[in-house]
Design a protein. Structure first.
Length: 365
């Protein structure tokens, strides 16, 4: 009986499984449900205080999520008619006009933001975006520049200015502005990616490698960037640096046929013929056509160096200790001894000859 209940329970799970899957709502449906709940919540808050502009602003934002632009616009207008200094009201109403593609009305709202807070960069950024959408690029460049003057760390403003030059194929100016964007905001990955594209189009391999290196600093697990940098290093005749990138590219993505082909070329030049054949065959199998047309017949394997066997040694007596090196400081030179004085003559030698006495006679034996 117990086993029967378990089986029925399992059967019930199987039968309920498709139903439970149907209960899982899509993200769009969940967002819509949340927005509807927000409308009710903020309506209740506003009913308690008719000057709760934040509640009315949030309700307008919820209407935007629901796609009810007319209701959202009513809430924003109501706020600004009664509180003309409410900055977020102009911001949200300008963003709504952008969605409705009413560009001039959006610009008017962002201009109001700038007039209220001229030292803030946000109004300039928003208005510049609309100018760019209208293809009024000079006005957009001016507004982005104004935003940069107010916020030196606004790398996005430099990036968007650079994109305008990039759009007009002025790659030299675009490269400089993308570089300024990365200086202002070093973590801005897109700025380095666009630098690499501009430098490549200009044939500036040094700047190209510089940009790729920064991309790899931010995201080292990027096999294609390793491959691109390896190709640039090969073009600069630096294959010994390129091989590390090729190894990393293959390690991270074993399907990069071109990386195998380039590594086979390096192996051929180093006379590692067996490795060159393996990589060339792998590149061909992965569909790199140039590899299928090439052969390694002319490769001569580099001879393997073998060290000679060690010579037999004969036991020898221990070597004599090395002579002690003389001290570097010279010993003091001893003072010269005074020359011995000549023996003095007897006093009698100084007497005159007449007074000299003869020596006594010798004694007889």
């Amino acid at each position: 009986m117990k086993h029967l209940r378990l089986s029925l329970f399992a059967l019930g799970l199987v039968m309920l499984s498709p139903v439970s899957q149907g209960w899982a709502a899509s993200p769009q449906a969940m967002e819509k449900t949340q927005a509807q709940a927000q409308v009710q919540t903020y309506s209740h808050e506003f009913s308690k205080n008719p000057e709760n502009w934040q509640a009315l602003l949030f309700r307008g934002n919820a209407y935007v999520k629901l796609g009810n632009h007319a209701a959202a616009l009513r809430d924003y207008n109501y706020i600004l008619e009664r509180n003309p200094n409410y900055l977020d009201g102009y911001k949200r109403r300008g963003m709504l006009y952008e969605q409705m593609k009413q560009w001039d009305k959006a610009i008017d709202n962002y201009t109001s933001m700038i007039e209220m807070h001229p030292r803030n960069d946000l109004g300039y950024m928003l208005r510049a975006d609309v100018f760019a959408k209208k293809a009024h690029f000079n006005q957009a460049l001016d507004d982005y520049a104004s935003a940069i003057r107010r916020n030196q760390k606004n790398g996005i403003a430099w990036f968007k200015r650079a994109n305008i030059f990039y759009l007009h194929e002025d790659y030299k100016t675009a490269l400089k502005e993308f570089q300024l964007a990365s200086l202002a905001q070093p973590s801005l990955l897109g700025a380095y990616e666009k630098q690499a594209i501009c430098a490549y189009k200009l044939g500036d391999m040094e700047s190209y490698i510089y940009a790729l290196s920064y991309i790899l600093m931010i995201n080292p697990e990027n096999p294609k960037i390793h491959l691109y940098r390896a190709k640039a290093l090969i073009k600069l005749n630096k294959p010994e640096l390129a091989i590390d990138d090729l190894e990393n590219a293959i390690k991270q993505d074993k399907s990069l046929a071109e990386a195998y082909y380039l590594r086979s070329e390096f192996a051929r030049s180093a006379q590692m013929c067996s490795q060159a054949r393996q990589d060339l065959l792998k590149a061909c199998r992965l569909g790199y056509g140039q590899a299928c047309k090439k052969t390694i017949k002319d490769c001569v394997e580099k001879p393997v160096f073998q060290a000679p066997p060690p010579a037999k040694t004969i036991d020898k007596p221990p070597a004599a200790p090395a002579a002690v090196a003389p001290p570097t400081q010279k010993p003091a030179t001893p003072a010269k001894a005074a020359a011995p004085a000549a023996p003095s003559k007897p006093a009698s030698d100084n007497l005159p000859p007449a007074t000299r006495q003869a020596p006594p006679p010798a004694a007889k034996p």
